[in-house]
Ligand binder design. Structure first.
Ligand SMILES: [Mg+2]
Length: 276
């Protein structure tokens, strides 16, 4: 099911060797809920065996990179924290650049709190610089009241991602974007969403993997985040149909992935054939 080639023509780059590296979304690509997608472990194992650069890229800010590594291990996928980049890390990097040593009131879970602490942010409800909303299930109405009042007193609104819902084993649940929408409606102010498809996170991921724009290929299951983010940055992209997108729905988007496959199980021959 090819819509194009995800690899640039060699002739155009005859001056030097091209390397390719992969930014890999996780939910819908590597696993669905608590189940690994068939072939995912083999695909990641192949990248490791061949020394091909890769970085897991997720908009879920609830987990630390170590939490993600442990979850993947339970699914039979061995990796390490350097290969995980979450929207929590990107958000911490963003606020650290904008206002070093700042303060934030946080509606979110351990992954976000840890990332903020690691860049020197303090968590405070006394006139913080930002209200930061992440993914998770810790929300109470009292927290929304506090966030609203802190914003009214001048705090900026930042979210780890704009996803309005999240898939779970039991079905969908409201996501970070939905919580943020409530604060936006209440205050009349708009949030800054750091996660995919924001170029801030996509560019930070490219820097982490240490490759140039032409050498990065994004693999994802969601048009609005993975494929849109890759398109905005000029990365090639591979859409997998093992997650949230159906082939029929592709027509309704003004942007396209470079390649469409049923799942990562189909990708080893493709990567092997085009590696050099
Ligand atoms: Mg996904």
């Amino acid at each position: 099911m090819f819509t194009g080639r995800p690899y640039p023509d060699k002739e155009r780059h005859s001056g030097r060797d091209m390397r390719y590296g992969y930014l890999i979304d996780m939910d819908g690509v590597i696993y669905r809920g608590s189940e690994a997608i068939p072939g995912a472990a083999d695909f990641v194992g192949y990248l490791q065996q061949e020394g091909i650069p890769y970085l897991f890229l997720t908009n879920n800010s609830a987990c630390t990179p170590l939490d993600v590594v442990v979850k993947l291990r339970k699914l039979g996928i061995e990796t390490s924290v350097e290969h995980v980049y979450t929207s929590a890390l990107a958000t911490a990097e963003f606020v650290h650049q904008q206002k070093p040593q700042g303060t934030a009131y946080v509606i979110g879970e351990g992954g976000l709190l840890t990332a903020l602490h690691e860049v020197g942010y303090a968590i405070s409800r006394e006139g913080p610089d930002y209200v930061i909303v992440g993914e998770g299930r810790v929300l109470t109405f009292e927290m929304m009241e506090i966030a609203h009042r802190l914003m009214a007193a001048g705090a900026g609104l930042i979210s780890t991602n704009a996803d309005t819902w999240c898939p779970t084993d039991a079905g969908p649940r409201p996501g970070c974007g939905a919580i943020v929408a409530m604060l936006e409606a209440a205050t009349g102010r708009k949030a800054y969403h750091v996660g995919k498809p924001n170029p801030f996170m996509m560019r930070a991921a490219r820097k982490r993997i240490g490759l140039s724009t032409d050498e990065v290929i994004m693999i994802g299951d969601t048009m609005e985040t993975d494929i849109r983010g890759a398109t905005d940055l000029g990365f090639r992209s591979i859409l997998v149909l093992s997650g949230s997108t159906s082939l029929d729905s592709l027509r309704s988007y003004p942007y396209r992935p470079t390649l469409v496959v049923n799942s990562v199980a189909e990708l080893i021959p493709e990567v092997a054939a085009c590696r050099f």
